[in-house]
Design a protein around this ligand. Structure first.
Ligand code: NAD
Ligand code: UDP
Length: 311
């Protein structure tokens, strides 16, 4: 049994990770400032003796005696991360430094939740970990993309300089129950709009692609990465290589919800990547991992979740 800190543990992914770590018999400290997460996401864990919820902002230092740290604190939806961009960069960068300092102090292993956004609007397709990316350093998405890139750089410098045992996973678009109704990302938007009979908002012409990973697959990959030998730090891609246009996604959601919502077209946000698909051969080789939940199955679960939430 390990003592594990999950920063951003009350968020969408964090709450599933906390649940999994508790089920594996570990003791979990969930640290969150509830900027984009919600106490409700972990309300069902509060009574468990091995679970502690701490309200704290990762830009201020924190101290716990732990064996492992999963660093997830950071808003992930463009709507949230662009609402206070300076805060987003501070969260990524100062949050990473504070988490790494704790790892250095305690000797804990530490995993960074990085992102496919480090590849920007990619010129290489599918994206493998050798690709250095194509990121606008001064655009609306930069607070998130560059913040996450700087965090990766800090992780590798703490390894080189101080011997901290680091793990970096690059997460591709992930979805599942407990995404917030107002999250703003595409799957929650389309499902909520379809269920409410509101117009489905396609940004641009809808031909841009994304690869969608169900949250349980991601959590399995993160746990395997944390459990891998110290010699393997990554970065490693975690995502589902199934690639869909936003129009294909909208059609799937409409047919699965039997909705009569109309598709409407809105301007494409600045620097919106045209395509995304992970090359997951490294994860397959080093972690013996590959996603198990196809989009059709995951969408059914998310639709059921939002149906109940909106009822
Ligand atoms: P989320 O917004 O639901 O979760 C982030 C959590 O971090 C929230 O609970 C939020 O309140 C908390 N947080 C934000 N700023 C904080 C701060 N300063 N101090 C303490 N807590 C803070 O988003 P998510 O989708 O669960 O993403 C979790 C992590 O995974 C993020 O680091 C994100 O960048 C990364 N990621 C997610 C995706 C995805 O598709 N969901 C893709 C790539 C990377
Ligand atoms: N998108 C869309 N309608 C929406 C929300 C998003 O067409 O209501 C598009 C968005 O422009 C992007 C894709 O869906 O091309 C994925 O967007 P999301 O915000 O989910 O993630 P990210 O762009 O960070 O991959």
């Amino acid at each position: 049994m390990s003592k594990i800190l999950v920063t951003g543990g009350a968020g969408f992914i964090g709450s599933h990770l906390c649940e999994r770590l508790l089920a594996d018999g570990h003791s979990v400290i969930c640290l969150d400032n509830f900027f984009s997460g919600d106490r409700d996401n972990v309300a069902h864990l509060l009574g468990k003796p091995d679970f502690t919820l701490v309200e704290h902002d990762v830009t201020d230092s924190f101290h716990f005696v732990v064996d492992e740290i999963y660093n997830l604190a950071c808003p992930a939806s463009p709507v949230f991360y662009q609402s206070d961009p300076v805060k987003t960069t501070r969260t990524s960068v100062l949050g990473a430094i504070n988490a790494l300092e704790l790892a250095r102090e305690t000797g804990a292993k530490i995993l960074q939740a990085s992102t496919s956004e480090v590849y920007g609007d990619p010129a290489v397709h599918p994206q493998n970990e050798q690709y250095w990316g194509h990121v606008n350093p001064i655009g609306l998405r930069s607070c998130y993309d560059e913040g996450k890139r700087c965090a990766e750089s800090l992780f590798f410098d703490y390894r080189r300089r101080y011997g901290v045992r680091i793990k970096v996973v690059r997460i591709f678009n992930t979805y599942g129950p407990r995404m917030a109704v107002n999250d703003g990302r595409v799957i929650s938007n389309f499902v909520v709009q379809a269920l409410r009979g509101e117009d489905i908002t396609i940004y641009g012409n809808g031909q841009q692609t994304r690869s969608f990973q169900y949250v349980s697959d991601l959590v399995e990959g993160m746990v395997r990465m944390m459990g891998s030998g110290d010699a393997f730090s990554g970065p490693v891609n975690l995502g589902n290589p199934g690639e869909f246009t936003m129009l294909e996604l909208a059609e799937k959601v409409l047919s699965k919800t039997n909705s009569h919502s109309r598709l409407i077209f809105k301007p494409l946000p600045e620097d919106d990547p045209k395509m995304r698909r992970p090359d997951i051969s490294l994860a397959a080789r080093r972690l013996k991992w590959q996603p198990q939940v196809p989009l059709d199955e995951g969408l059914d679960a998310v639709i059921a979740y939002f149906r109940e939430k909106l009822a």
